[in-house]
Write a protein that binds this ligand. Structure first.
Ligand SMILES: NC(=O)c1ccc[n+]([C@@H]2O[C@H](COP(=O)([O-])OP(=O)(O)OC[C@H]3O[C@@H](n4cnc5c(N)ncnc54)[C@H](O)[C@@H]3O)[C@@H](O)[C@H]2O)c1
Length: 246
């Protein structure tokens, strides 16, 4: 499929899996991250699959940085962008603590990257998004479970669902669909950094008795970014092996 797909936070983990998942022959995949070395590595893997790739350094918390990034990706895309996957976030590095003890500075940092970041990236990409395009925002199933001792992360990902719904209405007038994915616990490097027993965490509580790999989430992103979901917008798709039901 020849389209231009922009993945934020594509240096590793789920973002790298999304970039590879969109690497159809002829596609243009832009991998953007604050970790530009990781983004370059992902871009090289995308090229091995026969797609064109561009790596761009971006700080999603910065208006200037996101606007420069969006302009560079649009030029790479022949004057536009078809798909934005808002995946960048702070995840593993967050301190887990009761809400009364969360450091306000860490709260602000989480909100800046996880909530303001997707807004700024969408804001910067909006003028470049082609009619019929799609935005896929990565939320989290922790919003459904109310994961304890992680209020700032959970609140930021709840906010992502809110901005998905507003953007769906505002961009829908241009034929652009906006949806969210709420992945359950998924085995990325960040997840292993978060907990030692990552491989078995939560498996018993899901309908499917196996852990989630990043590739398990890719199909949902392709579906929400592609023609098979042409009349779906403003929705949140839970991809957690059947642990939460909404
Ligand atoms: N892994 C899971 O279990 C899981 C579950 C639910 C949701 N998620 C969400 O999926 C996404 C990816 O998670 P992951 O496990 O791959 O984590 P990850 O830490 O590997 O990926 C996050 C990426 O965002 C980038 N990033 C961080 N701050 C940035 C900034 N200011 N500007 C640009 N890029 C920045 C990081 O460099 C990193 O490459 C995140 O949104 C996370 O919240 C993950």
């Amino acid at each position: 499929m020849t389209r231009t797909v922009l993945i934020t936070g594509g240096a590793g983990g789920l973002g790298r899996a999304f970039a590879l998942g969109f690497a159809d022959p002829g596609a243009r995949v832009a991998v953007v991250d604050v970790n530009v070395a990781g983004a370059e590595e992902t871009a090289a893997l995308v090229r091995e699959r026969g797609a064109q790739a561009l790596a761009v350094e971006v700080d999603v918390t910065s208006l200037e940085s996101t606007e420069a990034m969006a302009a560079e990706v649009a030029a790479f895309g022949g004057g536009g962008i078809d798909v934005l996957v808002n995946n960048a976030a702070i995840y593993a590095g967050i301190t887990r603590s009761p809400f009364e003890q969360i450091d306000p500075a860490e709260w602000d940092r989480v909100m800046a990257v996880n909530l303001k970041g997707p807004w700024l990236c969408a804001r910067a990409c909006s003028p470049h998004l082609r009619e019929g395009g799609a935005v896929v925002n990565i939320s989290s199933a922790t919003v459904l479970s109310g994961s304890e001792q992680w209020m700032h992360y959970v609140a930021s990902k709840g906010g992502v669902i809110g901005l998905t719904r507003v953007m769906a209405k505002e961009l829908g007038r241009r034929g652009i669909r906006v949806n969210a994915i709420a992945p359950g616990f998924t085995l990325t490097e960040a997840s292993y950094a978060l907990m030692e027993d990552a491989a078995s965490y939560g498996v018993d509580r899901a309908a499917l008795k196996r852990p989630s790999q990043p590739e398990d989430v890719v199909g949902a992103a392709r579906f929400l970014a592609g023609p098979d979901s042409s009349y779906i917008s403003g929705q949140t798709l839970v991809v957690d092996g059947g642990r939460q039901f909404i």
